[in-house]
Design a protein around this ligand. Structure first.
Ligand SMILES: [Zn+2]
Length: 268
């Protein structure tokens, strides 16, 4: 399919869309907007694949969200059986989430790390990119630093084969540089339409490493702040990226579409 815009991270299976999901997807088709539906556990990963099999403009990403893990969690081996589906374009969302921890929980951190490494192994085994969810505890870069230590190690031992994207980038310059050094891409949400906090990173990412996302149903961009978000709003994110970078919208738009194909080769 020939896309005009691409939202690399959304959750259209959320109940928020129960009333009008099919309409929403049809409108996206009309405007040539594609999206990757991101699973957060085995069940939602399976649903993401079912949706992708029904619609040409949808693709699936399968994994376990680090923020949902607890001290009894293990890697869900059933994910392995889903990864060969041709509509699965990435592994995730996976990574480390220390934001929701009330105390420094060493056991939970080590469980998150172990399960993250299973996702990395699966991505390498299936030659798929990672969709990273990394969220540090307030005012720190702790989860980013831990995740990058793991990623850099696997990047090296895989002979630089590991690839992926850091979703909802909220790191600092040092973190950004480390992602770029291992060849990863970085994506931004509608958050950039209502805060200037990420402008310096939007400018610092090379044009061949940047991608657009909505993280729907969360963080709707201006002027839809109060409503439910939708992949249909991704053009607003692309326009804002162009504005912040001082580049023509069509240049940024074309670059992002090329990046989507380069980073997610199963998207066509
Ligand atoms: Zn997500």
């Amino acid at each position: 399919m020939n896309f005009e815009y691409f939202d690399i991270h959304s959750h259209l299976y959320f109940k928020d869309y129960d009333e009008d999901r099919e309409e929403e997807i049809e409108k996206m088709k009309k405007h040539k907007i594609g999206t990757i539906t991101i699973g957060t556990d085995f069940e939602s990963s399976k649903i993401a694949i079912e949706m992708a099999e029904k619609h040409q403009n949808l693709f699936a990403c399968i994994g376990q969200h680090p923020g949902d893990l607890n001290k009894d969690s293990v890697f869900d081996e059933r994910l392995r059986t889903l990864a060969d589906n041709e509509k699965v374009v990435a592994i995730g969302e996976c990574g480390l989430d220390y934001f929701r921890m009330e105390v420094d929980d060493i056991l939970l951190k080590s469980i998150q790390k172990t399960i993250f490494e299973y996702h990395i192994d699966l991505a390498l085994e299936k030659d798929l990119p990672l969709m990273l969810h990394i969220r540090a505890s307030k005012g720190t870069m702790d989860a980013y630093n831990d995740a990058l230590n793991i990623l850099e190690h696997h990047y090296k031992i895989s002979g630089n084969k590991l690839k992926g994207n850091a979703h909802f980038f909220a790191g600092d310059m040092q973190v950004l540089k480390r992602f770029l050094d291992i060849g990863f891409a970085v994506s931004f949400t509608g958050v950039i339409t209502f805060t200037n906090d990420y402008d310096e990173f939007v400018r610092a990412v090379p044009l061949d490493r940047i991608m657009s996302e909505t993280d729907s149903p969360f963080v709707a961009p201006v002027p839809h702040r109060k409503g439910r978000n939708s992949p249909q709003h991704v053009p607003l994110v692309v326009e804002k990226i162009a504005e912040i970078r001082g580049e023509p919208v069509h240049t940024v738009k074309e670059a992002i579409l090329a990046n989507v194909k380069a980073y997610f080769p199963r998207i066509s």
